[in-house]
Design a protein around this ligand. Structure first.
Ligand code: CA
Length: 234
């Protein structure tokens, strides 16, 4: 990927260790990342500079994350991912209608963060015509996934995916050879819609297999690891 095509993320977080961990992981995943250590400087940068997404901690010295979120939202539509330290803060976020696109509760895994970031960037790219999105393509054997266009081809033939099937396939394909439990997959893909249940994961895996596997009963892409979960074989 060319450096100028990198999508840029602003992390507003006063805990330096957490900010650096998030930054390192997102940089490894191909993003360009800037850090702001307090609400006021974070807000200024979010408004003046051209970021694709903001990761915003709620508990900040001075101007807190709620206020920063509201103020960014008054002038920009970019995705805002709120980070909360406690479950009750999350509830507040969901109830306040601050214009945040998502929230994630500490502690979270770096892969969960990256999955959320990618999901929001691709949603935003679709909403805005995708002009800024990098043309991210995953190719594994007969499978071709175009993340920007949200298209899946098998041996050059397009297969239609629902949003959740697509998000789940991309999440697995972006973490090849790693085993995820149904619970982890559910949290990564469905966290914002509390209506579902874990069995949803099983149903979606079955549907994805029917679309991408040459022999669905004997999968070569998404393997079942009995008693544990699933693994995408690259
Ligand atoms: Ca904090």
């Amino acid at each position: 990927m060319e450096p100028e095509n990198k999508q840029s993320i602003l992390i507003i977080e006063d805990e330096e260790a957490i900010a650096e961990l998030e930054r390192d992981y997102l940089e490894q995943s191909g993003f360009s990342v800037a850090l702001a250590g307090d609400g006021a400087s974070g807000l200024a940068r979010a408004i003046e500079e051209d970021f694709d997404l903001v990761i915003l901690d709620i508990m900040l010295p001075g101007l807190d994350g709620f206020s920063v979120c509201k103020s960014i939202r008054e002038v920009k539509n970019i995705p805002i991912l709120l980070v909360s330290a406690k479950k009750d803060e999350s509830d507040k976020v969901s109830g306040l209608g601050l214009g945040a696109d998502d929230y994630i509760t500490k502690p979270f895994s770096p892969s969960e963060l990256t999955a959320r970031v990618r999901a929001h960037l691709s949603r935003y790219a679709r909403l805005t015509g995708g002009s800024r999105a990098a043309n991210d393509v995953i190719e594994v054997r007969s499978l071709h996934i175009d993340k920007s266009a949200r298209r899946v081809l098998v041996n050059g033939e397009e297969r239609l995916f629902t949003n959740k099937e697509f998000d789940l396939l991309v999440f697995l394909a972006e973490h090849p050879n790693q085993v995820f439990s149904k619970d982890e997959l559910f949290r990564a893909i469905w966290a914002m819609e509390a209506v579902g249940e874990i069995a949803t994961v099983t149903v979606h895996i079955k549907k994805i297999r029917e679309k991408i596997e040459p022999v669905p009963g004997s999968p070569q892409f998404i393997e079942t690891i009995w008693g544990v979960g699933y693994r995408f074989r690259a």
